[in-house]
Design a binder for this molecule. Structure first.
Ligand code: C2E
Ligand code: CA
Ligand code: CA
Length: 710
């Protein structure tokens, strides 16, 4: 386009009036125009093709081909769009002027021509036109850039409902200009049918609100390829600020979308089961709540926690654990006929049931459109049934159970967090009453949970804040009445919660693992105390410490206790560990070794609460025990209940046969003492003699007692 700036602007003058040409040469050439003169329309058209003028001037009144026809013909020529055409006329004939405009004229002048004014006008026109051409050039460049960015553009004019498209859009729908007419209706056929309403809505919205819109939708090309596109829509106004149409760009974003989908999958789905994960579920739950609020609906969530999953994971390994989780998720999804959450998630929620994996062995189920809360119970029962069927893990068969908590919207929470928390609390209670159950949430549970949480927070600091105490309960030789020992019992003096007996906090400490710290503290405290008593020359006593199963099962347990003995440079022969039957039930060689190791250190072993558990003779015989403690529940009924008396006698006979010494717990009355004095029972402990007392009081008791006996 080198003629743009470097050459003199060229004016093509078409007029049959010879004199006008003379005037033109005189006036226009002076002002630096180059003039090409033609005397009829045909000639003019030819000259236009050859010379590419900057401005065309045409007389309306001409023989053969009049000016309006000439103008229309020129406008049909390629590259003529941007070239101004000025019409000349003698009269102000409005009809002719209108026809000229319709034929593509840009402007008109009235004869006789005021050459001075016209010169300025033509100069202005050339300048404006140059700018226009520059714009066109840059548009060409832009269109190249668009091609590279796969950016197509379109225009829609309301008046004629016509659409213009750039080539990229044709290639996007895999059609060509030859076989396709661009209309909105035709284009609609290439929009994914689910997206059509959405696309049409946004077009309308942009037009009527006069605001730009950006949307993403799917296109199905002529060859059935699905592409994701992003469309920007902008309303167009004419110079009188009336909105006359829309323009827009369409960009193929399929690759970006695929990438996004991959990332979204990683972010929102669980890798093992391919179920929606916690994040996704929470989003989904919020949406469901919104919808339920709007429509006054109720729904339920079921919080599932597998029973015994850890055992399977530990015994068979993680791979088997994963396999099991996959199987469970398949059973749940199949069972609930869960439709896919993904594709619809952003637009609507129309499925009745959904399942997600929250992590570990926790799953969550959402029962939408619940007719009655009781229906959740029916589903819970079904779930029990699906999950408890044997699971094939390679060549082995596993059995697993499930505990469930149910929370109902809006009854048990109006936001996702509360709802999920309450379902979790209800699940916890279901576990508590014995695994394999389901529980509906109720307020009392929340209160308990709150208290538990509060206690937990304080519990973490109990040891470091020095809030734990040991109370000692004397153990008396029943025949001599001598003090032979004491049982150390834990207390927690919390500045926030007050003075707490072990039954109030040990179950929680066992759940959250704090019992390990507490237990270790108790052993250390007993050793420290005993060492102090030794240094004071208080003589010898046997001190019993209770162990918890978690603590005892720690692999480092033996090392920890030996470390404590070294720390205090103390002989642990004074120490008795009290174990419960359930702790040593797993009758393994490993357990035997552990107990043997404790024995080798010189520690005595007592079986606590005997008679309440399994009372299996097998481990009584096999494990190196020293003492049997007869549970308080039997002693309590002595001597009135003949059953209790028979059981106590049987236990005593058994102990004698196995060469174990015996302690009767919870002796409260003189009658109970008398009954036991007539048996082979060795020692007693109970309120009749003393409650568990703080160490200072116990020391006084001890001193007094040794004075009596010595
Ligand atoms: P336990 O081992 O059976 O301890 C005996 C419980 O019976 C103690 O309750 C004691 O105060 C109570 N008791 C003793 N004589 C009588 C009596 O004549 N009548 C009545 N009604 N009760 C009597 P305490 O101290 O509340 O301890 C409760 C349980 O907490 C213990 O039962 C034990 O299982 C556990 N525990 C206590 N200290 C520890 C500890 O340091 N570690 C562990 N793991 N558990 C502990
Ligand atoms: Ca005990
Ligand atoms: Ca006991």
């Amino acid at each position: 386009m080198d003629y743009l700036d470097t050459r003199l602007p060229v004016i093509l003058l078409i007029d049959d009036d010879q004199t006008l040409h003379l005037w033109a040469v005189r006036n226009l050439s002076e002002d630096n125009f180059r003039l090409i003169s033609c005397y009829n329309g045909k000639e003019g058209i030819e000259a236009f093709k050859k010379n590419r003028p900057n401005i065309v001037m045409i007389d309306i009144e001409m023989p053969i081909m009049n000016g309006i026809e000439t103008c229309a013909e020129i406008r049909k020529l390629p590259m003529s769009d941007n070239i101004p055409i000025v019409m000349m006329t003698i009269t102000e004939d409005h009809q002719k002027i209108a026809q000229s405009y319709a034929a593509g004229a840009t402007d008109f002048v009235i004869k006789p021509i005021n050459w001075k004014v016209l010169t300025h006008r033509l100069q202005y026109m050339t300048k404006a036109n140059n700018n226009l051409l520059k714009l066109a050039q840059s548009e060409i460049r832009l269109s190249k850039a668009n091609k590279m960015a796969r950016l197509g553009n379109w225009e829609w004019q309301q008046s004629c409902n016509s659409v213009f498209w750039s080539d990229e859009i044709y290639s996007l729908i895999e059609r060509t200009t030859d076989d396709f007419t661009p209309t909105l209706e035709n284009f609609k056929e290439y929009i994914h049918k689910d997206d059509i309403p959405y696309v049409m809505r946004s077009l309308k919205k942009s037009f009527f609100s006069k605001k730009p819109e950006t949307i993403e939708f799917r296109i199905i090309s002529a060859n059935r390829h699905e592409r994701f596109v992003s469309q920007q829509i902008e309303p167009v106004a004419n110079d009188r600020s009336n909105f006359i149409g829309l323009i827009g760009t369409i960009q193929d974003i399929t690759e970006r979308k695929n990438q996004e989908n991959k990332i979204r999958h990683l972010a929102y789905y669980d890798e093992v089961t391919q179920l929606p994960n916690r994040i996704f579920f929470l989003k989904f739950l919020s949406k469901t709540i919104e919808l339920a609020k709007r429509n006054n609906k109720t729904f339920a969530i079921l919080f599932l926690d597998l029973d015994g999953f850890k055992g399977i994971n530990d015994t068979y390994g993680h791979q088997a654990g994963d396999l099991l989780l996959k199987e469970i998720s398949t059973r749940l999804t199949n069972g609930l006929r869960c439709s896919d959450l993904t594709s619809r998630f952003y637009d609507h929620i129309d499925q009745k049931v959904d399942v997600a994996r929250l992590g570990g062995d926790e799953f969550i189920i959402l029962l939408n459109e619940l007719a009655r809360p009781e229906d959740a119970a029916t589903v819970a029962e079904r779930i029990q049934c699906w999950i408890t069927q044997p699971i094939q893990l390679g060549d082995r068969q596993a059995h697993i159970g499930v505990s469930m908590g149910v929370a109902i919207f809006p009854l048990d929470g109006e936001d996702s967090e509360t709802l999920l928390k309450n379902a979790d609390i209800a699940m916890y209670h279901a576990k508590k009453i014995g695994k394999g159950h389901y529980q509906f949430f109720h307020e009392g549970m929340a209160l308990k949970a709150k208290k538990r949480l509060e206690m937990e927070t304080f519990m973490y600091r109990a040891v470091s804040n020095n809030e734990l105490r040991l109370h000692y309960q004397p153990v008396i030789d029943i025949t001599t009445g001598e003090l032979t020992g004491a049982e150390a019992l834990l207390r927690w003096e919390s500045p926030h919660l007050g003075f707490l007996p072990p039954n109030d906090f040990i179950p929680l400490a066992e759940e959250n693992g704090m019992i390990n710290q507490f237990g270790e503290w108790a052993i250390r405290e007993v050793c420290r105390q005993y060492k102090e008593w030794q240094l004071l020359g208080l003589g010898r006593l046997s001190i019993a410490v209770n162990l918890s199963s978690l603590q005892f099962n720690q692999s480092s347990f033996i090392d920890t206790v030996s470390g404590i003995f070294e720390e205090f440079d103390i002989n642990p022969a004074f120490l008795t560990f009290e174990l419960t039957e359930s702790m040593i039930m797993a009758d393994t060689d490993n357990m035997l070794k552990k107990l043997q190791n404790l024995k080798n250190l010189g520690i005595k072993l007592a079986l606590d609460d005997f008679g309440t558990g399994y009372s299996s003779l097998r481990y009584l015989n096999r494990f190196p025990l020293d003492i049997l403690k007869i549970d308080r529940s039997f002693v309590k009924e002595l001597p009135v209940s003949s059953d209790a008396a028979a059981i106590v006698n049987a236990i005593l006979a058994l102990a004698k046969a196995l060469n174990l010494s015996t302690v009767a717990e919870g002796v409260e009355t003189a009658q109970q003492k008398m009954f036991l004095q007539n048996t082979t029972c060795n020692s007693v402990q109970g309120y009749l003699y003393s409650k568990p007392i703080p160490q200072a009081e116990f020391r006084t008791y001890w001193e007094k007692h040794s004075m009596v006996t010595s």
